[in-house]
Structures are given as structure tokens and as C-alpha cells.
Design a protein around this ligand. Structure first.
Ligand code: ZN
Length: 198
């Protein structure tokens, strides 16, 4: 369980964007079914006209329900704290700042899936040919956000990358595309593991 490192201000109780949620739920189930989302690890978000819908804190992706999404409509950084503006009734995922920063940096991204795919992380990054952050940072921190923004500047078209010592991020135009990509890379890692055993 990770600690939320920002303050949430609720602007209203009703998130908008129900049609987007259905696809996100489907992708979460898919992630669970394929063993990419153990326990309550991982989080998912989809862009909406005024921000993005994201899974709430400490939820199990595999059994996530419609009411376990809140809509994030803004983020403010002051010298003292991070403030996140939300429509909904529950705390958003602890990785909300990370999702927010990716949507800001990448207008082409419509959905983000963050998974603890330890399997992919155990395979040398050169084999998978995907970028990874240089320094391990604590989850939910602004330091992690900066690390990811740096990576995105180096790899402006990256759709998938590894968070050093932590997990993976798969982005796409849709949640379905993001999960398909995550599964594809998981399989590639599997092939490497099988070769290694021979
Ligand atoms: Zn994580």
C-alpha cells in the first residue's frame, strides 16, 4: 500500500465520462487475467474532456467497479505541497501526479496503465528495446514525475517504459491499446526467459 503524497480537493461528487470507464474496466480485467496486476498494485486512467478518470487509491484492478474511478481535473504545485482537484468521493490513485504529467506532456496519449510487471523488469532492457528511467524514485513522488518527464524528453514517442525498481507504464490512444501493448511486451519477456532456460 503506498502513501498518498498530495492533498485532494473535491470540487464535486460526480465524475463525468462513464463511457470511457467501461473500456478501462475491461482492460483492468485483462491485466489481472494475464497476471499483470497482482494484489492492489497498478492503476489505470483514461482522458476525458476536462481531465482524466483514474482508479481510486488501493483498489484491485482485476475486480474494479464503475464507482471506483474519480475524475482529476487539475493539479497545482506550490513550494509546500501538491494539490489535486477531483470530482468524485474517494482519493485518487497515489500515482495521480504521474498520470497528470504524462497527459500534459503527451497530447496523443488517451489512456495510461501502470503495472507492477516484475516479469518484464527481470529481463534485460536491451532485449526488449524499451526505455527505462535512470534512477529509482519512490512511488507517488514528484521526483518520480520528473524522472518520467526526463525520459519522455529523451524518447518523445515512447508508448511503453520501465520505472526503475518499480514497474512499467503502458500508454495508448485507448485503454485497450495500452493493455494490448503491455501484454505483447510481457510475452516478449516470456520468450527471453524460455530461451534463457535452454
Ligand atoms: Zn506502482
Amino acid at each position: 500500500m503506498s502513501v498518498v503524497k498530495f492533498r485532494t480537493i473535491f470540487r464535486g461528487s460526480n465524475p463525468r465520462g462513464t463511457p470511457y470507464v467501461e473500456e478501462a474496466i475491461f482492460s483492468c480485467r485483462e491485466a489481472k487475467r494475464r497476471g499483470l496486476a497482482p494484489g492492489t498494485s497498478g492503476n489505470v486512467s483514461v482522458r476525458t474532456p476536462r481531465g482524466f478518470l483514474i482508479s481510486v487509491a488501493n483498489t484491485a484492478l482485476g475486480t474494479i467497479k464503475r464507482n471506483e474511478f474519480v475524475e482529476v481535473v487539475g493539479l497545482e504545485r506550490t513550494p509546500l505541497e501538491l494539490v489535486v482537484y477531483v470530482y468524485g468521493k474517494q482519493e485518487p490513485s497515489s500515482e495521480t501526479p504521474l498520470h497528470w504529467a504524462i497527459y500534459q506532456a503527451r497530447p496523443d496519449v488517451g489512456a495510461i496503465l501502470h503495472l507492477h510487471d516484475d516479469f518484464v523488469r527481470s529481463v534485460p532492457a536491451y532485449f526488449l528495446d524499451i526505455p527505462f528511467t535512470w534512477t529509482q524514485q519512490q512511488s507517488g513522488t514528484w521526483a518520480l514525475v520528473q524522472e518520467v518527464l526526463f525520459l519522455l524528453r529523451q524518447h518523445p514517442n515512447a508508448q511503453y517504459f520501465i520505472l526503475q525498481g518499480h514497474g512499467v507504464v503502458s500508454t495508448g490512444k485507448t485503454a485497450e491499446a495500452a493493455i494490448k501493448q503491455a501484454v505483447k511486451i510481457h510475452r516478449k519477456a516470456n520468450r527471453y526467459k524460455r530461451q534463457e532456460k535452454k
